[in-house]
Design a protein around this ligand. Structure first.
Ligand SMILES: Cc1cc2nc3c(=O)[nH]c(=O)nc-3n(C[C@H](O)[C@H](O)[C@H](O)COP(=O)(O)OP(=O)(O)OC[C@H]3O[C@@H](n4cnc5c(N)ncnc54)[C@H](O)[C@@H]3O)c2cc1C
Length: 485
């Protein structure tokens, strides 16, 4: 094969082929001669909130991606070093073998602070080598720099409703509607071996990572990959009409569960909008409008994180950055292990520990309980969620925690404290969800399940660890008495 020009697509959180805009663009430039590369950044793998289970889901997704690439004549090389070292090593090998460097490197844009910083550096470095960088929007429909108040690009919306209004105005424009079309990915015309005719050798790390990591997983890893994601879309098509009514009931699967796939880009929100026929807001049913509104919440949290990277470490609202959290370690352990004595909270935490998933309503309840009933710093909960959630994703996780802790952007006001008993009665009225995850309460009568009295209960289940009404007042006092500076 004549090696005149070729490109590399740097896969990151866009683990799919069809509808992958940066990849499509690169392929077009080189008539199919594009190689796929993924590099494991050890800085990322050693983060304190790293999740073995989510990593396994990611690795398995990458395996599906590679199979699909091979099927279509392409290839994916997975290297065990961060991007700078990976590309340096690759370029050195190419130069010693007198092979040309790629003409282009493509990637889809990321908005997390760590990634933004990395990408800026890589962009400068590639350009210094005379390589063209092609980047595209992918995992958001509208990017953070595109939405601002009035004429000032730096004026950030801080409240969801006006953000959503502006987002919807942009959504119906021709420019954004065109993004919902499928970026066509042609077949590949080469793989690593063919292109370099064996002149350079790399040891691919995917299998060894997958094998090693699998032994450390603690839950059953769900099926992954784009095909599985598209199956989920088909299933949800039949359910969306009931989304408004069922989305808050944790005992039924009334939500899409797409977040698992959005996290690694085996599915994108643009794909979902297109596949589900949701391009035109004037035709949305109530359920559809509610569903898209949740997608807009996701975009809102990315918007906030991208425009205020400090929220990764601190409260969005500086008024609440110095709350005197009590941070009792034993209480934190009881919360993590689902033995607080509050059935809805314990069911949620056990669901998380046993499956890597938790229903949105229950995420709100347990987050409120940790911060407002146990007076523990929201960052502790945020990190634990990241360690456990298969869909753990910085922007919505940080946004969700800061919402529940009343420290965030457009949050729950601090004086509105969720009552775990009332939440339980309202959203799990027959206790089906509680009983699914708390076998100790399987014989508890429905009318007692939300607040089981000690004498009637199976003694294996703990008594409530705190008095909610006392803790609520203390929480309000904590927020009121926060230091002003
Ligand atoms: C404390 C807390 C932590 C959270 N952590 C995460 C996280 O790490 N990763 C994550 O993806 N979501 C997180 N969320 C948001 C939400 O709980 C999940 O996105 C949702 O449960 C995913 O289920 P689904 O795909 O079935 O959602 P659906 O109800 O089907 O909604 C469709 C999509 O809209 C988005 N979405 C839905 N609800 C929200 C929301 N409240 N905020 C932002 N986006 C939303 C998701 O991308 C979701 O896939 C968190 C929420 C809270 C309260």
């Amino acid at each position: 094969m004549k090696l005149d020009s070729y490109g590399i697509h740097w896969f990151r959180r866009d683990l799919r082929l069809d509808g992958n805009p940066a990849l499509a663009n690169n392929l077009k430039k080189h008539q199919g001669r594009v190689l796929g590369l993924f590099c494991f950044d050890h800085k990322f793998l050693s983060r304190p909130d790293f999740s073995t289970n989510r990593f396994q889901f990611f690795l398995e997704t990458m395996g599906h991606l590679r199979d699909e690439l091979n099927r279509r004549g392409g290839d994916l090389l997975v290297l065990d070093v961060g991007p700078k070292s990976a590309y340096e090593k690759l370029f050195e090998s190419l130069q010693s073998a007198r092979l040309p460097l790629p003409k282009t490197i493509s990637w889809n844009r990321d908005y997390e602070p760590f990634a933004t910083h990395r990408d800026k550096e890589m962009d400068v470095w590639f350009k210094s080598k005379g390589i063209e960088v092609l980047t595209e929007r992918d995992h958001l429909i509208i990017e953070p720099h595109e939405i601002f108040k009035g004429d000032d690009p730096s004026a950030t919306y801080q409240v969801f409703t006006p953000f959503k209004k502006r987002w919807l105005e942009k959504f119906v424009t021709g420019e954004v509607q065109a993004r919902l079309n499928l970026a066509e990915v042609t077949d590949f015309k080469c793989n690593w071996q063919q292109l370099f005719a064996g002149k350079i050798k790399f040891e691919d790390q995917l299998e060894s990572y997958c094998e090693k990591n699998r032994t450390k997983t603690t839950i059953k890893i769900p099926n992954s990959g784009t095909k599985e994601a598209l199956k989920a879309v088909e299933i949800f098509k039949a359910k969306i009409k009931d989304y408004g009514a069922k989305r808050d009931i944790p005992s039924v699967q009334g939500t899409s569960r797409f977040s698992l796939f959005f996290k690694n880009g085996s599915l994108t929100t643009s794909q979902v909008i297109r596949e589900m026929g949701l391009k035109n807001p004037s035709r949305w049913s109530d359920g559809e409008a509610k569903f898209v509104s949740e997608i807009i919440w996701r975009e809102f949290y990315y918007y906030i994180l991208s425009r205020n990277p400090r929220v990764e470490r601190e409260s969005f609202n500086p008024l609440y950055s110095k709350i005197a959290w009590k941070n009792n370690e034993e209480w934190f352990s009881a919360w993590k292990e689902g033995r607080t004595g509050f059935p809805i909270v314990d069911a949620g935490m056990r669901e998380l520990n046993e499956t890597g998933w938790m229903h949105n309503r229950v995420r709100m309840i347990v987050a409120s309980f940790l911060t407002k009933d146990l007076h523990i710093d929201w960052r502790w909960g945020e990190q634990y969620f990241m360690e456990k959630l298969l869909d753990g994703d910085l922007a919505p996780n940080n946004g969700g925690w800061q919402w529940a802790a009343s420290t965030g952007c457009d949050p729950q006001p601090y004086f509105r404290v969720f009552n775990p008993y009332l939440q339980s009665e309202k959203f799990d009225p027959t206790g089906v969800y509680i009983k699914r995850f708390i076998p100790e309460l399987k014989d508890c009568p429905v009318k007692l399940i939300h607040e089981p009295p000690q004498d009637l209960m199976n003694r294996n289940y703990p008594a409530p660890m705190v008095d909610h009404s006392v803790q609520r007042l203390e929480a309000i006092a904590l927020y009121k008495s926060r230091p002003s500076k």
